[in-house]
Structures are given as structure tokens and as C-alpha cells.
Design a protein around this ligand. Sequence first.
Ligand code: ADP
Ligand code: MG
Length: 569
Amino acid sequence: MSAETQNLTDGFHLVIDALKLNDIKTIYHVPGIPVTDLGRFAQAEGMRVISFRHEQHAGYAASIAGYLTQKPGVCLTVSAPGFLNGLTALAHATTNCFPMILISGSSEREIVDLQQGDYEEMDQLAVAKSVCKAAFRVLHAQDIGIAVARAIRAACSGRPGGVYLDLPAKLLGQTMEATAGLKSLVKVIDPAPAYIPSPVAITRALDLLRSAKKPLIILGKGAAYAQADADIRKLVETSGIPYLPMSMAKGLLPDTHPQSASAARSTVLKEADVVMLIGARLNWLLSHGKGKTWGAPGTQKFIHIDIDPKEMDSNIEIAAPVVGDIASAVSALLKGMGPNWQKAPVEWTSVVREKAAANIEKMAPRLQNNNVPMDFHGALGALKRIVAERPDVILVNEGANTLDFARSIIDIYEPRKRLDVGTWGIMGIGMGYCVAAAVETGKPVLAVEGDSAFGFSGMEIETICRYKLPVCIVVFNNGGIYRGTDKNPTGGADVAPTVFVKDARYDKMMEAFGGVGVYATSPDELSRAVKEAIASGKPTLVNAVIDENAGTESGRIGSLNPQSVVGKK
Ligand code: ADP
Ligand code: MG
């Protein structure tokens, strides 16, 4: 370093220092112009920089890192196409209420704004705005500290979500005097301030709950995100109310809990008279709170706990809105209930319990089958038993049938141990989630993937091998989307649009990168391979051969497909 540069810092280092000052330790990244050196310097400055093969997966990793840690996950990309690839994940983070910051390099402002055709020219800030909570561009090195602070606050406070930070190439090289640079940084105090619900709202909710003959609690992933695990369990147990976990809320209480109504889902949704929603939205996943899934209109009353006031009455009338953060709201409810709270009526809880027990018993024998080729039940039965022995494993799950069956079959025992497609029900989150889950928690990860779902992020198994992450991927290989049996009705040479290469060997892809590949045709073989993978911590891919006839169109959401009256299938 020359004498003149000794006391200087620059945009690169200010970004890194600002992130580090705010306790952000990991960047999910794809290198390239103009951010290659930003990644390099971040690593040199002691941050963990995880490089991916495609920005979408780096973005999904950042989004789920945010969910798991309550700190914004950071994804760093190049300009225009890299930014757009990361944008899917930013929109996903916003939709799912996960705190995330997408940082993208961008091209020369003057040229972009005059549309003079720069390298990777795009007005990224304008594009990002519609899919995130906030978007900021920084033009001067001395503003980096404030910009990073605002990004963190916007991502974490209130309803969490995605934030975009635009860093033009020129900014990164800008220098300023080092001491002034250091002073310009901002440490964010209390990034997600408590939002205490009003006592009136708590009383109203408790009055309604007290009047209920058939109460139900629905836990959503907002409840899992809130990390108020002990109080949520206490609320459920003190009230004696049956509860239904949304898929990523599974494990907040162990799925084997006697009050779990998962196996009596249709009964409780239809018959409950008072429903308390905790961090769950009445969106499509809950049939918008109306229609044939639910009881007759007007017969059910809702208590809704959510940090976002606009969520109240979004689909139907909410009789008792409780606007506040879940930790504060649940603790206020517990206080109001006191030790002598009258538990939910046994006439109701026993009906729910019997219904659930009967359904579980009906399912049990199918989960024990050792059929070859495997069906979903045989294969998932084997995995269910493994997770019961290793409740610390984080389960990542995507697919159509693979998702629907795994969600109901595999019990989860600890909070935030099930990560899946989330609010959009999308494919593609798989490998990005695996990487972040392993990096952020150090726990073993088991991914249960449909063969189609796996394809969206499959190349990232190289990333998993490169960082030697304890990830075991099971590809449920039925040779196609939904099934592997569709035919081209014209008899032409092309296969049907939903069909893949027969007997594809995904296990060999893993071997290509030095991981362990296993070809499994029976539940016993599958079980052995997964146990070994979890014990060894070695990156492993098990190609689980599933009967190509098993599976239904779009899994459990086939009804969302529009129907043609003239089409030929
Ligand atoms: P699920 O899909 O599991 O039902 P949703 O994503 O639909 O869950 O709902 C999560 C809800 O949780 C969102 O409405 C969000 O505003 C809310 N939420 C997230 N974090 C908190 C928190 N800390 N306190 C209160 N509400 C929260
Ligand atoms: Mg398939």
C-alpha cells in the first residue's frame, strides 16, 4: 500500500464493513462484473462467501437463511441478467415474509438512464421495486453505511420481506478517508422492534376464545419465524385447543403431540366455531377461509394474530384482530388466560383426537410396504422412520406428489426443521435451501425432491460438494412430471411434455462432483443409504426409483388446473 492510499477506504470495503458491523456473516453469491472483487474482499475480511452456479439458488439460500436466523440473508449478484435471476428469489422472500437483501452491481448510471447501450444495461432499481418491500440505490461511498442500515431495517421490521440494494460499479471503487468511512457506518439498534398488541385486542380475543365450543388454533410459518417456541407450546397446551400446523410450522410442537389435528384436517376446518390464526394467512393454502373446506358462512369466527394490520379481513371478516408481533401477542394471551383457564371442551377435543387416530391407523400399514418399484408411501414410510430417529435433521421438500405426500407422512419434531415450497408452492427452492440450511445451522439436511423439482436447481449439487455440506438428497424418480407414463397423442417421435428420460441416473451426477451416489429400488435400500449419509455427513444423492404410475396430476392441487372442453390428452 502506498503512503497516499494508506488512510483510504473504498466502496467495496465499506459494504463489507457495514454488513459485518451488523452481524451479517455470510454472503450467498455468484461472482462476475462488477462484484467479483466484492466477493473476494468479503472472504478476505472473514465473511463466509458461498458461491453458487446460478443466482436464483443463491437467492433462495439467502431467503431461507433469513427465515432461519431472523437476520436478512444476503445475496450478491452481477448486473442485469444476474440481478434478474436473483429477483425471483427476492420476490419469493417478500411473498413468504422472509428477511432478505439482494445486492446487485449495476452499470454506469449516466449510460443506463440515457439508454445508450451499456454492458448489461438495465434500470434495476425500477424493476426491483414492484417485488420487494423497499429498494435503494447508493451513489456515494459515504452513504453506504446508511443504505445498508436502511436495508436491514426494511427487511426485518414489521412483516419481514425482501429488500433490493443497487450498487453501481463506480461506487465500489470510490474512495474516501478511512476514519470518516468508519464513522459513516451505522449499527442498527433493534432491527425488529416489538409490536405490542393493545390490551383491548387481547381481551376481545380471549372473550371469543372463552365462548368457543369447538376452538381450533392454526399455526403458520410466521409463528415458526417468530421463535417464540416455548410460549406457543404453552398457549396450545394451556388452552387444550386442537391445533393445525401449516407445512412450515410443523414441528413447532412435535407432530406426534396429542393435540395435533393434522390427521383430522378436514374435520376441524369444517367444524370449528372459533379459529385462532397465529402467523398464518387465509390465502389459497387455507381456501381463503371460505367455500367447501370450511363451515357454513357465518358459523365460524376468527381471531387473527399478525404483525401486518392489512392482513386483517383480507379474505373474510376477522372478529378479533390481534395486530402485533407473535412473541408479544402470545405472551399477552398467556398472561390473560392465567393458570385457571378452562380447557377446550372434551366433547370436541375427543372427537378430533379419535378422528386423527383413526386416520393415522388407516395409513400405517401402507407406510410399512417394501414394494419394488417403490410407491410414495413405501419410500416415505422409510424416511419417516429415519426422521423420527434423527429429529435434528432439517427436511427440505419440493415436488408435486413428493411434496404433498411427504408433508403429511413425515412427522417433524422440532421448530423450523421443515423447509418447503412456501406460499407460492413453487419448484426450484431445493438445493439453495439445502445449502443455506447446512451453512446456517450446521445440522444434517435431508432433501426429499421430486425428479422434476430437483431439475430446477440440480446443478447446485456441485456447490454442495464443493463446500462439503452434510446434505443428503433423495430424488423420487418416477420419470416425469406428476407421473412418467404420459404419451404423445400424435404418435410422433417427441415424448409427452411431462415425461423425462427413462431410468435417468441422478446418482451419477453426484458422483461426478465427488459426492456419494446411490441407486435405490426398495425402501430398505433407500433407508440404508440415507442413514449412512446422515451418519457420515458426506454429500449424497439417492436416486430412489418410484413406480412411474404412482402420482396424480399436480399432486393435491389438480383442481387448480383449468379444464378444456375441446382438448385431446
Ligand atoms: P403459512 O403459509 O405457513 O400459513 P403465511 O406465510 O401465510 O404462513 O403467514 C405468515 C404470516 O406471519 C404473515 O402474515 C406475516 O405477516 C406474519 N408474521 C411473520 N412474522 C411475524 C411476527 N414476528 N409476528 C407476527 N406476525 C408475523
Ligand atoms: Mg416426478
